[in-house]
Write a protein that binds this ligand. Structure first.
Ligand code: HH2
Length: 286
């Protein structure tokens, strides 16, 4: 785990699974609202993510759950001020989950090296040029509309093709802003303007997105489609469904997983990798 704090863990040549632990410094996130708003508990949770085997930590100060209220860049920065230095001190690469350039800049100044933008550079025109200047890794995520309205009757003719074309266009926009291809990660945006069937179609066809040539990140963690399928109303009780979604996405070529339950996913990935190795050993011996 040496020398990865610059975000190079996300580089294109890695075949390693990357587990990104979620740290929401928010009062209104859908599954961990208010838990880590106070800096001491945020620091404590960051250390726990490290102990649980996270490869990186994604810190956000604005909820993107359906219908969430927008908060200003200044308020996001205030929420993050005490938390970010402590999270960066863990030594893991730190990702900032924001659509605002000012927030991204404050996080990069504090030591973050990855910008996770759920608007894929559409919300703030300064974000991609900033990421380019600061040589940050950028996560470009698909979202239909915006958090306030995205779950109002989302419609696609072909969700996989439309998400792929959107990500292709945003990759081109990021490259035009100066972000090199080997610093771009793409994400289908599970739950962002998608019904159950859209989420399932995307998780089933990650290979189509992987063909774009950038590493694919998925963030199904505890999301409502798992509740729809299982009847589980408590997000914290959706861990098993989260693991299933991540492992299926991995079969299609997803390499990065943004999750709340790092320890459980790490274990699932370790077992999956061991079985794959056993299969390869068997095949080469026969
Ligand atoms: N999902 C959430 C937030 N950020 N970023 C990426 N790249 N991909 C995702 O799927 C994704 C994301 C929503 O989850 P969470 O942070 O737990 O909730 P909230 O937005 O309510 O804080």
């Amino acid at each position: 785990m040496a020398a990865i704090a610059d975000g190079s863990i996300l580089a294109h040549d890695t075949r390693r699974d990357v587990v990104i632990g979620v740290l929401n410094v928010t009062p209104d996130s859908f599954s961990d609202a208010g838990e880590f708003l106070d800096p001491a508990s945020a620091r404590h949770h960051a250390r726990r993510l490290v102990d649980d085997g996270a490869d990186a930590i994604d810190v956000g100060a604005e909820s993107t759950r359906p219908g969430a209220a927008r908060i200003s860049a200044g308020e996001q920065i205030a929420r993050l001020r005490e938390v970010l230095p402590a999270v960066c001190a863990t030594g893991l690469p730190v990702s900032i989950d924001t659509t605002r350039a000012a927030v991204a800049e404050a996080a990069l100044d504090a030591g973050a090296t990855i910008v996770n933008d759920v608007s894929a550079g559409r919300d703030d025109p300064d974000l991609l040029p900033l990421a380019a200047r600061r040589e940050a890794v950028v996560v470009l995520m698909h979202m239909l509309g915006e958090p306030n309205t995205m779950q109002r009757n989302p419609h696609y003719d072909d969700v996989v093709v439309e998400v792929r074309d959107f990500l292709y266009e945003r990759m081109a926009a990021a490259e035009a802003a100066g972000v090199p291809l080997d610093r771009i990660v793409v994400d289908p945006g599970i739950g962002f303007g998608k019904r159950l069937e859209h989420n399932l179609a995307l998780l089933k066809r990650i290979d189509v997105l992987a063909a774009l040539g950038a590493p694919v990140l998925v963030g199904p963690s505890r999301k409502s489609f798992i509740g729809e399928l299982s009847g589980e109303s408590q997000p914290t009780d959706r861990v098993a469904g989260t693991l299933a979604a991540c492992l299926e996405a991995r079969r299609g070529g997803a390499r990065l997983f943004r999750v709340h339950d790092v320890k459980a996913l790490r274990q699932a990935l370790t077992v999956t990798a061991a079985i794959e190795t056993a299969r390869q050993t068997q095949t080469s011996a026969s």
